[in-house]
Design a protein around this ligand. Structure first.
Ligand code: PGA
Length: 243
């Protein structure tokens, strides 16, 4: 696993955007695995800027997103489809039909099966962007006694509902289920780039970086199994975590 410590979160996001940009420049038809959450927002801002400055062409790029709440309309401002349109897709020359965020059609199990198919359609993503939860969760793969390899339906833990309630009017409005890629789907990507910032991520990052233990109690530790994972953190978090 490669660790990059930057001077600031801003620098971390710029670095991650450059890595994604490099993948697209190397292969204009690249498939990207994308993530939502507050951490990646500036990464998408940087990608939009690169596009506007003529440095990136998304016309042949395809994407698949890690996860989506179940039971939320794609038009809902807190849906991950809305997030992706708003932060990236609406601002670059990507074909919307080449982008996939799990949808709420049919049963949650059918939605999970469709996501599983999309992860591997025309090959797994060349690069997978990741954030990390305070409990080490990756996408909606929550810390616990076991993890799933494939795309599946996940019941959100109380801590994730609380963490995500900042985006909703109240915790009661946070959906209780989500469709998510499994750990095997994520590990199938050609490369992985994870960005973390903030004191709340200290313990998760310690589990990821300080030893070689793999545990379902910190799902991010499974990234240690991937030969091409890059973790980008800022100096402040690195000092706090003692890495
Ligand atoms: P955050 O979420 O970027 O909003 O902190 C990360 C995550 O929960 O995976």
């Amino acid at each position: 696993m490669k660790l990059i410590v930057t001077e600031s979160y801003e620098q971390s996001c710029l670095k991650a955007a450059e890595m994604i940009g490099d993948v697209i420049r190397q292969n204009p038809k690249a498939k990207l695995g994308l993530a939502t959450g507050s951490t990646p927002e500036p990464i998408y801002k940087n990608l939009v800027k690169m596009y506007e400055q003529g440095g990136l062409d998304f016309s042949q790029v395809s994407t698949v997103n890690l996860d989506e709440y179940w039971g939320i309309d794609p038009e809902h401002p807190q849906s991950y489809r809305y997030f992706m349109n708003h932060h990236l897709f609406d601002h670059v020359n990507i074909r919307k039909e080449a982008t996939f965020v799990a949808t709420g059609k049919g049963t949650p199990e059918q939605a999970a099966d469709e996501l599983e198919e999309k992860v591997f359609e025309n090959g797994a993503p060349a690069i997978q962007l990741l954030g990390i939860g305070a409990n080490g969760h990756i996408a909606f793969n929550e810390a616990g006694p076991s993890l799933r390899a494939k795309s599946h339906v996940e019941t959100l833990t109380e801590s994730t509902i609380q963490a995500n309630s900042r985006f909703f009017d109240s915790p009661e409005q946070v959906p209780t289920q989500a469709i998510t890629m499994g750990m095997g789907d994520i590990l199938a990507a050609g490369s992985i780039v994870l960005v973390a910032t903030g004191a709340s991520k200290k313990e998760a990052v310690q589990g990821l970086l300080l030893d070689d233990v793999i545990t379902t109690e910190n799902p991010s530790t499974f990234l240690k199994l991937h030969p091409n994972t890059t973790v980008i953190i800022d100096r402040e978090l690195a000092q706090l975590a003692g890495v």
